[in-house]
Design a protein. Structure first.
Length: 116
């Protein structure tokens, strides 16, 4: 059973920053993608960012490109989401995701609230 633990959510003012962290109990695989999704009230879960285990290739949603940065620490089996220039539209529950061997695993979610 793969377990993901998130941390770092909270309340920020518009223009502020937060950093999310996720650690996984999953084993390391050469073909593996880690990422972040978010779900705002009344909306579907949407992709935010991803990074590959091998090579560190990143991908970002257009809505956060240039403001958010995903990174990883292979030694700690962890990845992070640095969120800058936050705005109220970024308010959502953020979920980390670990994908390997054709399966996806999810964290429990962490609330991010941005006030105007």
């Amino acid at each position: 059973q793969v377990q993901l633990v998130e941390s770092g959510g909270g309340l920020a003012q518009a223009g502020g920053s937060l950093r999310l962290s996720c650690t996984s109990s999953g084993r390391t695989f050469s073909v593996r993608t880690m990422g972040w999704f978010r779900q705002a009230p009344g909306k579907e879960r949407e992709f935010v960012a991803s990074i590959t285990w091998s090579g560190g290739v990143t991908s970002y949603a257009n809505s956060i490109k240039g403001r958010f940065t995903i990174s990883k620490d292979n030694a700690k089996n962890a990845w992070f989401l640095q969120m800058n220039s936050l705005n109220p539209d970024d308010t959502a529950v953020y979920y980390c995701m670990d994908q390997f061997e054709g399966r996806s695993y999810w964290g429990q979610g962490t609330q991010v609230t941005v006030s105007a």
